[in-house]
Design a protein around this ligand. Sequence first.
Ligand code: 5GP
Ligand code: MN
Length: 336
Amino acid sequence: MKITLQDAADKLKAANKIVVTAHVNPDGDAIGSTIALYQILKALGKDVTIYIDDKLPKNFVTMPGAEDIKRPVEGEKISADLLVILDTAPDRVGKVIEVCDAPILNIDHHVTNNNAENFLYVDATASATCEIIFYFSKILGVELTLNMAVCLYIGMATDTGFFNYSNTKPATFKAAAELVELGVMPNLVSENLERRTAHEIKILSLALQTTKLYFGGKVAGMFVDEKLSAQSDNTEGLIDLIRVIEGVEVAFLLKFKAKKICRVSMRSKTVDVSKIAQRLGGGGHVRAAGCTIEENFDDAKKILIDAIGNYMVEVNKISQADFNSDIELALEDVEN
Ligand code: 5GP
Ligand code: MN
């Protein structure tokens, strides 16, 4: 059932024991929104716990409050009055859903979230779940601390590509401006998030060399196979390097995660990649979406390129002839 933010506030105020969670493969928005809401609820005197069923990416481990995030253990049972799921529908929270069977309050900004069987507040115009939580704090009547502000800023900055993507709206800048007034230092946030070891830059250069172009240069893909992913699992920001290639409408990154588990990230300039991701069992936003393909790397590659190509034929972005040509162009073969 779709509810308003005021309804969501009423549900939280009526609950005492609350579990907050977000999606697996957590990003800045998932982590930032859970920590910020956790601290807001603590300020309201609630008994709150955060569970995320995954490792935190290295650059987020030092976020203020990240030390409070727990990982659910198989067979563990947590009783609560409310399970708050942020930045995803309930299908991507891993074991948290088995461990805590409380009624669900779902707050999200993904257009693909159609989770009608629970209480759902979804605002697909919000840049990030952190932007929703920023405005929600006003409804809840909690003044943001600097730690909360840093977390919310990180989520908005990461989901908007540092305020570059099309989801960056006046409301995003207004929220960010208030967060900076509270003491957030944008330069320190970006230094922390963008920091890479020399080894990671080496891996990044190897990943860049795997870039291939498809369908007359309208699609660009990067491949982090088993060997490459064993050397570094930090692929944050990689896809942005090829998203900018002139003429490219859809960029994707295919990454080996485990045997027969491949992760896909997609970014686009005009095509609705959430539709492609949904066909492959995933979801996301119009310009940024993802999915998991449970196949070996080469099969996943073929399935993904076919799905992108088919969709682009359907929406007249490429011709059937382009699709049939099946040409894979490596960067070194691109003419000046
Ligand atoms: P990323 O490429 O940064 O991992 O994800 C891009 C966007 O798509 C994010 O908003 C993310 O939450 C969403 N997304 C990524 N993978 C999946 C997935 O497997 N399922 C769903 N529903 N959304 C996903
Ligand atoms: Mn998000």
